[in-house]
Design a protein around this ligand. Structure first.
Ligand SMILES: NC(=O)c1ccc[n+]([C@@H]2O[C@H](COP(=O)([O-])OP(=O)(O)OC[C@H]3O[C@@H](n4cnc5c(N)ncnc54)[C@H](OP(=O)(O)O)[C@@H]3O)[C@@H](O)[C@H]2O)c1
Length: 334
C-alpha cells in the first residue's frame, strides 16, 4: 500500500489531503464477460497491470479461444443467470469483480433476455462475491441508463446499477457511449455491423436523417478507465459517463466508416418508419441486422449532455481519449 500526499489548496492554511492508494497491489479479479469485445481488451490490460484474473466464460467457444490466447489463465465456466454455477465459479480469495456481461439484443424465444444477463446475473454474482468477502465492484453499464430509460436494455441496465449501488460494496459504475475498436482486428462491434451493411447493400444505408448525435469512445479508453478505477478510491460510489473527444452525427459515423472502407457507393436515407416497421416484424431473427430497441437508442442519440460529466472523467482518469475519426481507418484494416 502506498500513501500519497496531495496539496489541494494553498491559502493562509494549507490543506493537506492524504489518500491511500492500492495501486501497486496485485488484485485477484473475477471477470465475467472476459471473452467479449470489451472483455478481451480488459483482460489483456488487467493482466498487463499485474493483476490475477479468473475469467468467467459462458460458451465453449469462448473458453477454447481464451485458453489458446492466454495459456495458464484461470478460466471458470458458468452462466451468470445460474446462481449455482456462479457460486462454483467465483474463487475464494477474489478481491474485486469487474462485471461486463451484456446483451444489445434479446431473443426471448431462445431464453436470452436482458433481465437474465443484466439483472439476475448481477444479483447472482453480487451474492457469490459477498459470500467470498469481495469489497470492490466495477460495473460496465451504458450511457442512457439514467432516469426515464427509453428501452428495455437501458431499464435493465439501470436496475443492475441499483443493485450494485445498494450492495454495500465499494462500487464504481461506468456508462460508456458506443465503443469502437481502435486497433486492427476482425470484429468491431457496431463498426463491424455498419461495415457489413455497407458491404452488402447496393448503397450506404443511413437511418432516417442520420442527425442523431453519438460520442463514440475507444475500447482503449474504456479499458483504461476500468483498470484505473480499480486502483482509485476516489472512484468509489461514483458513476462516470464515458464519451469520446468528438460528438458526431450518426450520418458522419457511417460516412467515416464507408470512407475507411474505400466505398464509393451513394448514401441513401431509409425512412425511420420503414426500418421500424421491418424491425417490429423481423427483429426476433438473428439475421435481421437491427432491433427496434437499437433503432430507438440510436434515434435518441448517445452522447454526454452535460459537459461537467466529461470534465469529471478527465479529472479522474488519465485516458488517451482517442478520436473516432483518427482511428477508424486503422481499426478497419485486416
Ligand atoms: N460495445 C458497445 O458499444 C457498448 C456500449 C455501451 C455499453 N456496453 C456494455 O459493455 C459490456 C460489454 O459489451 P461487449 O460489446 O463486450 O459485448 P459482447 O462482445 O457481446 O460480450 C458479451 C460478453 O458477455 C458474456 N455473456 C453473455 N451472456 C452471458 C451469460 N448468460 N453468462 C455469462 N456470460 C455471458 C459473453 O460470453 P460468451 O461470448 O461466452 O457468450 C461475452 O463475453 C456490456 O455490458 C454492454 O452492455 C457496450
Amino acid at each position: 500500500m502506498r500513501c500519497e500526499i496531495r496539496v489541494l489548496e494553498y491559502n493562509s492554511a494549507t490543506l493537506i489531503h492524504i489518500t491511500s492508494h492500492i495501486i501497486p497491489k496485485q488484485v485477484n479479479i473475477f471477470l465475467p464477460g472476459a471473452s467479449g469485445f470489451v472483455g478481451q481488451r480488459v483482460l489483456n490490460d488487467l493482466l498487463s497491470a499485474g493483476h490475477t484474473v479468473t475469467a468467467l466464460v459462458h460458451s465453449a467457444r469462448s473458453k477454447s479461444r481464451l485458453a489458446s490466447h492466454y495459456p495458464g489463465l484461470s478460466i471458470a465456466p458458468g452462466d451468470v443467470s445460474h446462481a449455482d454455477e456462479i457460486l462454483r465459479a467465483l474463487p475464494a480469495g477474489t478481491e474485486a469483480v469487474v462485471y461486463l456481461p451484456g446483451l444489445l439484443r434479446e431473443f426471448p424465444n431462445k431464453g436470452i433476455t436482458f433481465r437474465k444477463v443484466h439483472v439476475e446475473g448481477v444479483q447472482n454474482v453480487l451474492s457469490a462475491a459477498k459470500q467470498q468477502g469481495v469489497r470492490r465492484w466495477i460495473e460496465l453499464s451504458a450511457l442512457g441508463a439514467g432516469p426515464n430509460p427509453s428501452t428495455a436494455y437501458y431499464r435493465t441496465k439501470l436496475e443492475a446499477e441499483e443493485l450494485v449501488r445498494s450492495s454495500g460494496l465499494d462500487w464504481t459504475i461506468l456508462r460508456p457511449s458506443l465503443i469502437f475498436d481502435d486497433r486492427p482486428r476482425s470484429e468491431h462491434n457496431f463498426v463491424g455491423e455498419v461495415a457489413r451493411a455497407i458491404r452488402i447493400a447496393p448503397f450506404i444505408p443511413i437511418l432516417g436523417s442520420g442527425a442523431f448525435r453519438l460520442q463514440p469512445i475507444s475500447l482503449d479508453d474504456v479499458s483504461q478507465a476500468i483498470v484505473q478505477a480499480l486502483a482509485e478510491p476516489e472512484t468509489f460510489g461514483n458513476i462516470y459517463k464515458l464519451g469520446g473527444p468528438e460528438t458526431l452525427t450518426y450520418r458522419e459515423v457511417v460516412l467515416w466508416i464507408a470512407d475507411a472502407m474505400g466505398s464509393k457507393k451513394a448514401a441513401i436515407q431509409i425512412p425511420l418508419w420503414a426500418i421500424l416497421a421491418m424491425a417490429r416484424r423481423l427483429d426476433r431473427f438473428t439475421w435481421f441486422p437491427i432491433s427496434t430497441d437499437e433503432i430507438t437508442m440510436l434515434r435518441n442519440g448517445n452522447y454526454v449532455h452535460d459537459p461537467a460529466d466529461n470534465q469529471k472523467v478527465r479529472e479522474t482518469f488519465d485516458l488517451p481519449m482517442k478520436r473516432f475519426s483518427d482511428c477508424i481507418g486503422l481499426a478497419l484494416k485486416k
